[in-house]
Design a protein around this ligand. Structure first.
Ligand SMILES: Cc1cc2nc3c(=O)[nH]c(=O)nc-3n(C[C@H](O)[C@H](O)[C@H](O)COP(=O)(O)O)c2cc1C
Length: 456
């Protein structure tokens, strides 16, 4: 069997993910593995049509395409995303159609499901037969049990290809919004007062609706919003995954990104991200923006802001994109509001955009930040444990930040709870105490709230 591996690591061969592929190669000598360093070579692939065509030929000759990638900012990295865009832009879907596909990622399991859902949906859109995902924690290969699990996954996947099993498409084809948006004249604009509003967009003129939505929003804030186009920022390139920033938050690039992020975005009270759907995410330009913010490591970047997402495209049909944006906002404890052009009329979209502007200003005025969702609560524990543990000496800036902000909030440090548990576990060995504790657990659970309800 011929397996073509599409390597999504910006590090090329010197990649953790590729060690997993190398292991599979060793364990399955009867199959041939051909790796294409898609993310590492993206500039050449984009510029050199012969190179792009040669990759397509290799895919045409494959029995199985393995999407192998590291997680980058809740998805694949911008370079890999760009490759996927090129396939659609250049109408090269036929090379993939009918092929079996599977995905293999390495990460610390933060949002790995979103990335695999994305690749699954893209595979479906390419007409591929997607057999499944394998999400490894980046160190799993060091563990004999995990190596066995990986080999079993591969064996099952290869068997599916050999037996030519049927595979059902699990995502519906996207139906683009039909609205040609023309903003109306009447508008009751809001006054942002002293609140700084920034509308960040990647508008390149290819989506009329996006251009019109940005114009409407600008007017909705009484023309007091600053509009920043990502194409105008001096961003020399995508994140390379080098992790040099991990020591002291200094990025290896000396372009305009960090100043733009710190001086123009981080200072805003209200941030609107305006973009158009491209395949099953926003553009790779947007992805580059998110990836490059990794210079902040695992510390909150744009925390506490009122965030609006103004999206042209079928966002509400793309759960992985919606989830990625919600999760991003949640991790910064930001209020996130969404408006898309999936509206019936221009008038309706006018009203939705105006209402979003109003609600964002209201939220900023009272300083409302929502409680965290599962994403941030779970994410915090993943980062906390890794930064305290195995990632500490590399991610020293994170370690300092977590220590200074008392974010190493391990339950072991809570002496009162530890003492209560020790005493109660001893006492509940007695049947009488047990009956009292479990017999009336509903009242025990609400008892601590009584003083708050009485006094506050
Ligand atoms: C810019 C950047 C973003 C990352 N984002 C995530 C993430 O969202 N979730 C996660 O679990 N790991 C994330 N990671 C960790 C990598 O996925 C992990 O280290 C991976 O094993 C690297 O694989 P590679 O050496 O093949 O590139 C990120 C790493 C970098 C450099």
């Amino acid at each position: 069997m011929k397996i073509v591996v599409l390597n999504g690591s910006p590090k090329g061969d010197i990649s953790v993910t590729m060690q997993y592929v190398a292991y599979l190669k060793k364990k399955f000598p009867e199959h041939s593995f051909e790796t294409v360093n898609v993310a590492h070579e993206i500039e050449k692939i984009e510029k050199d049509s012969v190179c792009f065509a040669a990759i397509l030929d290799r895919i045409r000759s494959a029995d199985l395409v393995l999407w192998a990638f590291p997680l980058y900012y809740l998805l694949v990295c911008a370079q890999y995303k760009r490759f996927i865009e090129l396939v659609f832009e250049r109408g090269a879907q036929d090379a993939f159609a009918g092929k079996y596909a599977a995905s293999l990622s390495t990460s610390i399991h933060y949002a790995d499901m979103i990335a695999h859902d994305y690749i699954h949906a893209v595979s479906d859109d390419l007409g591929m037969k997607y057999l499944g995902a394998y999400s490894a924690e980046m160190h799993d290969l060091l563990d004999a049990g995990e190596r066995e699990r990986l080999v079993t996954f591969a064996a099952l996947t290869f068997a599916g290809v050999e037996k030519m099993i049927p595979v059902q498409r699990e995502t519906s084809p996207l139906v683009p919004p039909s609205l040609a948006y023309v903003p109306g004249n009447g508008q009751a604009a809001v006054q942002p007062g002293k609140k700084k509003v920034v509308i960040l967009t990647d508008d390149d003129g290819s989506s009329n609706n996006l251009t019109a939505m940005v114009a409407r929003l600008t007017a909705a804030f009484s023309a007091k919003a600053e509009v920043i186009n990502l194409h105008d920022i001096d961003i020399k390139g995508p994140c390379l995954g080098c992790c040099r920033c991990a020591y002291d938050n200094t990025c290896v690039y000396t372009d305009g990104y960090v100043d733009f992020y710190r001086d123009r975005l981080a200072t805003a009270d209200i941030l609107i991200f305006a973009g158009a759907v491209r395949d099953r995410y926003l553009s790779s330009k947007w992805k580059q923006f998110f990836d490059r913010s990794f210079f902040k490591g695992h510390t909150p970047g744009l925390g506490g802001k009122q965030i609006g997402f103004a999206i042209a495209g079928s966002l509400n049909q793309i759960p992985c994109l919606k989830e990625a944006l919600v999760m991003w906002a949640d991790s910064g404890r930001c209020t996130a509001r969404f408006v898309t052009d999936e509206a019936a009329t221009s008038g309706e979209l006018d009203a939705l955009l105006d209402a979003m502007a109003g609600r964002l200003v209201q939220g900023a005025e009272v300083g409302y930040t929502p409680p965290h969702l599962f994403y941030a609560v779970g994410g915090h524990k993943i980062f906390r444990d890794n930064i305290y543990g195995g990632m500490r000496f590399v991610f020293q800036a994170d370690y300092r930040y977590y220590r200074e902000h008392k974010m190493f909030d391990f339950p072991q440090s809570d002496l009162k709870t530890r003492l209560t548990n020790a005493v109660m576990m001893l006492l509940t060995k007695s049947k009488t105490v047990r009956e009292k504790v479990y017999g009336d657990s509903r009242h025990h659970m609400i008892a601590p709230f009584a003083p708050v309800l009485r006094d506050d």
